[in-house]
Design a binder for this molecule. Structure first.
Ligand code: SF4
Length: 502
């Protein structure tokens, strides 16, 4: 029996944070109806700081709660479909899918029934309360707004093979932070949930359900080996796991992995106005600065969704939201209403791809006030640079990188610098892709290549302003991303461009 430690926030138990109690609401697929939105706004205002934060799993977090939410209110939330039906599995990670599932013109399959099916499955299997809180499952329908690059333990990714839709199974294995690996198995849509259930059952077999210390699936796969693990999964199934036909092998156990596909800037494709697969209907992706919404903004957005669309808000793993099913004649009105809420829907808005962890206001581990610094930086950049593409800027208060696990264009890592005048809050700056295989502490890092060390916040706005300006002027073509742009240069070359600021 193996074990590892895990404690994650939920709705049915109190999690203390620096700024009060933290409550996290699981929202499978990130889809909320108007009634649920209003109930959440009430809780944020009656119990917490009056706002909610959308997380990188399309959950909602309510912070600064002064007391636990009372049992009648929790019961009401369950009655209207918020939170887990079985509170024992409330800690298990939110089920992820593309926020455009069912409306994406390019998707191969609407994955919402799979999300619902897996949520029903875990609610009906109380033994799954023994899963690690980080046991994470994602269904990707193969559309334009892909979630394949989000870190998950298990990803089912839709592919087309000889005119039929299958799902490729990817599992998290190997080094922490590495993208899940293709197991070389293709599944029909009907096979995904039984396989997911079997993956969970095998996990439970090797972990102690009583202990609070739970292993990540990755650690268990590393310990047992994928081959042994999948052989045990196979024993629970009434059908045979099928190897990917392109790989021309007889056993999936001998197959080499296929990479997950992703295009540059595709993560932020959802911002702005886009046609749906349903003719004459559109969705609008709204930018939420640092994923935050005030209670009153949630209510008004819910009203807009009801008035102009299908009455639902869809939260995205990039901490923005969508209003869907808007007829073309209503677009102008809804755009005006969103602007009146002081929100924006422009893909080039610097806030569309700005991410920050809780920072030192909410987390004792943080070296810096990441959220305040991120907002101040965005305010400066909005008046000094206009972008053609979203540039993903990520503030992290420590190495753990809770707010964003995938690489960003620019990462600002909060650090403390000892000086004669005491401890000083500063940032290490990383850009583009790291060089594979180089250890932490070198000039290359899991966040990217290190550009500068110990930069105090007062220098950041001008420095990043110059970086973005340079990118805009010198990019090779309109589609070149910031990441591709900086990857073309050596670090010393980049440093020479900004020597007047640093
Ligand atoms: S990244 Fe570090 S500082 Fe930020 S919330 Fe996570 S643990 Fe706290």
């Amino acid at each position: 029996m193996l074990s590892g430690f895990s404690l994650c926030p939920g709705l049915f138990y109190d999690t203390p944070a620096q700024d009060g109690i933290l409550s996290r609401i699981r929202i499978p697929g990130g889809i909320l109806d108007s009634k649920q939105c209003r109930a959440i706004a009430d809780i944020a205002e009656n119990y917490g700081g009056g706002y909610v934060d959308v997380t990188n799993r399309a959950n909602l977090q309510i912070r600064e709660l002064r007391s636990g939410i009372n049992p009648q209110v929790l019961q009401h939330l369950q009655n209207i479909g918020i939170g887990s039906r079985n509170f024992a599995i409330d800690h298990v990670r939110n089920i992820m899918t593309s926020p455009t599932a069912g409306i994406d013109p390019q998707e191969l399959m609407d994955t919402r029934p799979l999300v619902q099916g897996w949520d029903n499955y875990i609610a009906a299997h109380p033994e799954l309360s023994g899963l690690s809180a980080k046991f994470s499952v994602c269904f990707d329908g193969g559309g334009q707004v892909s979630v394949c690059d989000r870190l998950n333990d298990i990803i089912f990714a839709a592919v087309l093979i000889k005119g039929r839709v299958y799902f490729r199974l990817h599992l998290s294995v190997g080094v922490k932070g590495k993208p899940p690996i293709d197991m070389g198995i293709v599944l029909s849509p009907e096979q995904c949930l039984p396989v997911c259930g079997s993956l969970a059952q095998v996990y439970l077999k090797y972990t102690d359900p009583q202990t609070r210390r739970k292993l990540r699936l990755r650690e268990l796969l590393n310990h047992l080996g994928c081959e042994t693990y999948l052989q045990e999964v196979q024993q629970h199934l009434p059908f045979k796991l099928t190897p990917h036909p392109q790989l021309k092998e007889t056993s999936y156990l001998k197959l080499s992995p296929l990479p997950l596909e992703k295009t540059a800037n595709s993560n932020y494709f959802h911002i702005g106005i886009h046609p749906q697969r349903q003719s004459d209907l559109f969705y609008i992706g709204v930018v939420l600065p640092l994923g935050r919404l005030e209670g009153q903004q949630i209510r008004i957005l819910a009203d807009l969704a009801q008035k102009f669309g299908s009455g639902t808000l869809r939260l995205t793993p990039w901490q923005n939201l969508l209003i869907t099913d808007i007829p073309q004649p209503c677009l102008s009105d809804i755009k005006n209403e969103i602007t009146a809420l002081k929100l924006d829907f422009s893909p080039s808005n610097i806030n569309s791809a700005l991410v920050a962890c809780s920072g030192n206001k909410g987390c004792a581990a943080s070296a810096t006030d990441t959220k305040a610094d991120a907002l101040a930086l965005a305010k400066y950049l909005q008046t000094h640079v206009s972008l053609n593409h979203p540039v993903n800027i990520h503030f992290s208060g420590c190495e753990k990188s809770c707010a964003q696990h995938s690489n960003s264009d620019i990462t600002l890592l909060g650090v403390t610098q000892e000086s004669e005048n005491g401890a000083l809050a500063a940032y290490h700056i990383y850009v583009g892709d790291s060089v594979r295989g180089v250890a932490i502490g070198d000039s290359n890092h899991k966040f990217g290549r290190q550009l500068y060390q110990y930069v105090t916040f007062d220098k950041l706005p001008r420095l990043l302003g110059q970086m973005l300006q340079l990118y805009k002027i010198q990019c090779q073509n309109p589609d070149e991303s910031f990441r591709e742009f900086v990857n073309r240069y050596e670090i010393v070359q980049l440093q020479s461009f900004f020597s007047s600021v640093i």
